[in-house]
Design a binder for this molecule. Structure first.
Ligand code: DQA
Length: 158
């Protein structure tokens, strides 16, 4: 565990897309009962344990998600994104991710491949370094672990 001060390059943008603000009460049989606040706390705690800092942003608007991705350039070292339904519809979000040239982990709470066919394809996966689906909220911690190991290779040996 690192106790070094976290600078801008230790910051990971954790971006959550539309309807994820409803987690906790939204289709709990699929998404579980944890809230977005629970996920953001998990990310803050896991990032801190890895010597990183999580900058958590949620928006229901495609343009706001794109603005947050653009803002990450020069202010963050990686992006963890659950694009939610925009995974299956948006070309602009993967274009933005490709444009900022940061490591990307795509996270889905549910296993999108075991659900309706329209959820099987994600435009974001083509630009993601890692895709995690079906691990529930734990997927975000797994994503932060990968970021820590990738950004600070020494951490992988911890
Ligand atoms: C989701 C899966 C998407 O298909 C869906 O539209 C979501 C959440 C997930 O985390 O499992 O809103 O990204």
């Amino acid at each position: 565990m690192s106790s070094a001060p976290v600078g801008p390059l230790g910051t990971i943008l954790v971006l959550n897309g539309p309807n994820l603000n409803l987690l906790g009460t939204r289709e709990p049989g699929i998404y579980g009962t944890k809230t977005l606040a629970d996920i953001e706390q998990l990310c803050a705690r896991t990032a801190e344990q890895r010597g990183l800092e999580a900058r958590c942003v949620q928006s229901n608007h495609e343009g706001s998600l794109i603005d947050a991705i653009h803002d990450a350039r020069g202010t963050a070292s990686g992006i963890i994104i659950n694009p939610a339904a925009y995974s299956h519809t948006s070309v602009a979000i993967p274009d933005a991710l490709a444009g900022v040239e940061l490591p990307v982990v795509e996270v889905h709470l549910s296993n999108i491949h075991r659900r309706e066919e329209f959820r099987h394809h994600s435009y974001v996966s083509a630009v993601a370094d890692v895709v995690i689906a079906g691990a529930g909220v734990q997927g975000y911690a797994m994503a932060l672990d990968w970021m820590a190991a990738t950004l600070t290779p020494a951490a992988a040996a911890d």
